[in-house]
Design a protein around this ligand. Structure first.
Ligand code: PMP
Length: 406
């Protein structure tokens, strides 16, 4: 089935906004995606009709709100094909999910001198949580290098593995280059050595069908706001046997079994990791966002975005002096580039004046910028509501800016 993009665009009210009198071209989807009306409506509907704190009340509203939150958990379970719904932990985003694992996994399984392997293209949120553990549990980071197409070098990865390695934590898709990592191979190699793997799917889950059981990843994390859901929502998937062995991340209400000053016992999964009143309204709306994606079909989304990526790559490559970072054949719809000596910030500011929203800078991946030998890039990231005409406007805009700079 091919997608009716004009019809789909009508589902996203913000897409009819004008910026400086020009119709908005939103190419900053890697940072956050826009929300369909059904998600916006769901948030208002929950507050207007069923709002009550969940898991605590005997009264009707609390029970309905609890049921809908648990339904949302089942929607996430179905979406990523997890075996059990209690393997889905709600968090406030990818960052919190990784911090949870870093804290809890390292406390349980790591000691001074143990190592966590990441790649050179990680977002800061898959670097810093592990570095924070250096001073707590004494773990050290090892880094898989990349080649000049922006791909991880698998042979080098295997060489990094030793009996000190406790976890591999790697991004599925680079938020800077759009390169899709060969995560199946990474998992196969790691598992040969009995090492678990965490996949940062923040830039993958909205573009690629995810089946955590087929992948056999041990943890998978993503943010709701990057898959058309509300901000302040995220997911940690973890295999039951690992999550069961890991200590709680935060203490408070809901995560306990029985509390006394002498001894506290903890709740079962998933609640052990969900301390305090959860962001249930937005989790319910995240379920709505996922149902919306499912109604379009993730395979249809991928086919359309791949075609748009190929078109944009071709048109951008034809611009004199434009260099794309990340030239792997395995890419999702993200293009990072620089043109001649034009500073990425100037390019972004001038495109903005034409109504075109792109991201500029280091994209929270400063170590990758060091590897690439640059300070930052201009990043255009596309999703299914973007069009070929919008790509044409980007190309024409860049050409005008190039002319301005002489
Ligand atoms: N990892 C990757 C690959 C990302 O792209 C992002 C967001 N840019 C994050 C982690 C962090 O996500 P959040 O800020 O939603 O926690």
């Amino acid at each position: 089935m091919s997608l009716d993009i004009n019809k789909i665009r009508k589902d996203f009210p913000i897409l009819s906004t004008e910026i400086y009198g020009k119709s908005l071209v939103y190419f900053d989807n890697g940072a956050t995606t826009q929300k369909p009306q059904c998600v916006i409506d769901k948030i208002a509907e929950v507050y207007s009709t069923i709002n009550a704190n969940i898991h605590r009340g005997v009264h009707h509203l609390s029970q309905v709100a609890t049921e809908q939150t648990e339904d949302a958990r089942k929607i996430v379970q179905r979406f990523i094909h997890a075996q059990h719904s209690h393997e889905i932990i709600f968090t406030k985003g990818t960052t919190e999910s990784i911090n949870l694992v870093a804290h809890s996994f390292c406390r349980q399984f790591c000691k001074e001198g143990d190592e966590i392997i990441v790649s050179a293209m990680e977002h800061h949120s898959n670097i810093v949580p592990w570095q924070l553990q250096e001073s707590i549990t004494g773990v050290k980071l090892r880094v898989i290098p990349i080649n000049d197409k922006g791909e991880i070098i698998l042979d080098e990865f295997e060489k990094l593995i030793s009996d000190k390695t406790k976890l591999v934590s790697i991004t599925y898709v680079s938020n800077v280059m759009g390169v899709i990592n060969p995560v199946e191979k990474v998992i196969e190699i790691a598992h040969k050595h009995n090492i678990p793997v965490l996949l940062d799917a923040a830039q993958a889950v909205q573009h690629i069908e995810i089946n955590v059981q087929k992948l056999d990843c041990d943890f998978l994390v993503f943010s709701g706001h990057k898959i058309y859901g509300p901000t302040g929502t995220g997911v940690l998937y973890g295999k039951e046997e690992l999550l069961n062995q890991m200590p709680p991340y935060q203490g408070g209400g809901e995560m306990i079994g029985k509390v006394s000053f002498a001894k506290t016992t903890f709740n079962e999964l998933p609640f052990k990791f969900e301390a305090g009143t959860p962001n249930y309204v937005d989790y319910i709306a995240l379920g709505t966002a996922i149902e919306y994606i499912e109604s379009l079909g993730i395979a249809n989304i991928k086919a359309y975005e791949d075609e748009l990526l190929a078109y944009a790559t071709k048109r951008l490559s034809d611009i004199d002096g434009l260099k794309i970072f990340g030239t792997s054949e395995h890419k999702s719809a993200v293009i990072s580039f620089l043109v001649g000596n034009i500073h990425h910030y100037d390019m972004g500011m001038l495109l903005d004046k034409m109504g075109i929203a792109v991201r500029t800078g280091h994209h929270c991946a400063e170590p990758l910028m060091d590897v690439l030998g640059i300070e930052g890039t201009v990043r255009a990231s596309f999703v299914f509501y973007n069009t070929h005409e919008e790509v044409d406007r980007l190309v024409e805009g860049i050409k005008r800016i190039v002319t301005m700079f002489g």
